[in-house]
Design a binder for this molecule. Structure first.
Ligand SMILES: [Zn+2]
Length: 517
């Protein structure tokens, strides 16, 4: 039953795509050509013509439009010829997060061919600064991902060709080399897998298995057995990467305790191109609703807060990012992870950097953070508690709001951007009370949708001053105990010994949290 969920999701999208092509009669032609202002070379991008669905009325031979925000877009592979309706025509061209968008409006007359050339300009060049972008949650099929990552200027793409949504059937699949390189700046994998099973609906959530040489399918008629942890273990065994959607994933603490997690999503698909989802009621634990509130900012605080609890338990977990395009109306790379790397780009080096935590996740701003001369993923060793010097730089092509530095879950510094300012550069003195972790995060000035960047942690070790994990370990221990209780009456087992096996796994994870209380 490979890809059943994905097939359903794409089928519903295809229905909408066909509606677009039934729009008004076109009797004019628009020809667009697009170059990079810095190089003069033709480049890929995406375009929205005449606004949202139902209004555009244009068609492109050989292409289906795809959803971003409220509109249906086309890829411009350097040049594009569209059949368009006559009258006032508006155009929006975008290329990932590092380029300024282009807007234009003009009149198109019946029978006319209008030719338009545009130059795309970067507001920042991250590759020049030694950072490369990628994302973990792309649902386009392999034959489409190539164009999508070029149109998004995303250096590293993934392709979740299988979506294990509930049960799964053991099936064999060929072993392949999953890496496809476009050129020195773009590479992607074509054999990734998403596990999204919901044994307890309100606590459910997904995990991404990336860089797989062979698809993983098990004899799992229900979501209960084998557990998602088994999929993670098999992915790891073949050199794959395990990235959690977020720490809201119901098995996140179990997976973390058993050492199965390479990265935890913060810039996940709850933060979209033009939306922020309210998700606390659906994904939170029992006491999260009171703690965070069922609002967009509640979602942000839950995503960050549950991740911070894992860090407070002593797990060294870097951040990650994903868009869920096109299942969610987000562009590929709208949520992305920048990894610091020197030298040439490769898929393997990018994921080595991801696992080492030399990274920040973003759906808009860029964020650079150093403390005591070290960057995210590194460790500072202090002889005793005291102040350390930090440097932060945040840049956006829109006004910034506040920048915060968080130590062991508490905000210890806040810098407010001056009104209308699109950059923050500060030297900060950070009070460090003991061992733990530090991250920086920065937000767009607008309250909605939430646009932010969030670094992976810098770790701090101070002998004789251990991280206090008691409250957060107790929080996750309570949750795993809840899972153990639920497991006793779970109807999703074929054999009683499987139930016992799952309980044993949960108890092993529980012991880890009880050990750090
Ligand atoms: Zn997904």
């Amino acid at each position: 039953m490979r890809s059943r969920g994905l097939a359903v999701a794409l089928a519903s999208s295809v229905c909408l795509w066909s509606v677009t092509s039934l729009a008004e009669t076109q009797d004019a032609v628009l020809e667009i050509s697009l170059t990079d202002a810095a190089t003069g070379n033709l480049v890929y991008a995406r375009c929205l013509v005449n606004g949202a669905l139902g209004k555009d009325g244009c068609t492109v031979e050989g292409q289906k439009p795809f959803p971003v925000g409220g509109g249906w877009w086309y890829v411009i592979p350097g040049t594009l010829r569209l059949d368009v309706p006559t009258g006032e025509t508006t155009l929006l061209i975008e290329r990932g997060l590092e380029y300024e968008p282009i807007r234009d409006a003009f009149e198109v007359n019946s029978g006319e061919t209008v030719v338009r050339s545009y130059e795309l300009r970067r507001w920042i060049n991250m590759a020049e600064r030694g950072w490369r972008s990628g994302e973990m949650h792309i649902h386009y099929p392999p034959e489409v991902v190539h164009d999508q990552i070029l149109a998004a200027d995303l250096n590293v793409g993934t392709c979740l060709v299988a979506w294990v949504a509930e049960g799964d059937e053991r099936s064999d699949s060929p072993e392949i080399d999953p890496i496809r390189r476009i050129d020195q700046d773009y590479v992607y994998s074509i054999n990734d897998e998403e596990i999204e099973r919901f044994p307890i609906t309100e606590y459910g959530g997904p995990v991404y298995l990336l860089g797989l040489r062979k698809q993983i399918h098990l004899d799992a008629p229900t979501p209960s057995y084998p557990t998602n942890i088994e999929y993670m273990r098999l992915a790891r065994d073949q050199g794959g990467v395990v990235a959690l959607h977020s720490a809201c994933f119901y098995d996140a603490p179990v997976a973390a305790a058993l050492g199965m997690v390479d990265a935890v999503g913060v810039a996940c698909n709850f933060f979209g191109y033009d939306y922020t989802m309210k998700r606390v009621k659906h994904y939170g634990n029992a006491d999260d609703l009171q703690l965070y509130g069922h609002t967009p900012w509640g979602t942000a605080n839950m995503i960050f807060g549950k991740y911070y609890r894992l860090l407070n338990c002593g797990f060294r977990l870097p951040v990650s990012a994903g868009s869920a395009a096109p299942v969610k109306p987000n562009p590929v790379g709208g949520n992305r992870l920048y990894v610091k790397m020197d030298g040439a780009l490769s898929y393997e080096k990018y994921f080595e950097g991801l696992k080492a935590g030399r990274s920040f996740a973003t759906n808009g701003p860029m964020l650079f953070f150093e403390a005591d001369g070290t960057g995210p993923g590194e460790e500072i060793q202090l002889d005793e508690p005291g102040a350390i010097q930090a440097r932060v730089e945040a840049i956006f092509n829109k006004p910034l709001g506040k920048l915060e530095v968080v130590f062991n879950g508490d905000v210890i510094k806040t810098v407010e951007a001056s009104e209308g300012e699109d950059s923050i550069r500060e030297e900060l003195e950070l009070p460090i009370a003991g061992s733990g972790w530090i991250i920086a995060r920065v937000f767009w000035a607008e309250d909605y949708p939430i646009k932010f960047a969030h670094t992976s942690p810098i770790y701090v070790t101070v002998p004789g001053h251990p991280l206090d994990s008691s409250e957060d370990a107790a929080y996750y221990a309570r949750w795993i105990q809840h899972r153990i209780e639920w497991n006793k009456t779970d109807k999703g087992f074929r054999q009683e010994e499987h139930r016992l096996e799952v309980e044993k796994q949960l108890r092993k994870a529980l012991a880890v949290f009880e050990g750090v209380i």
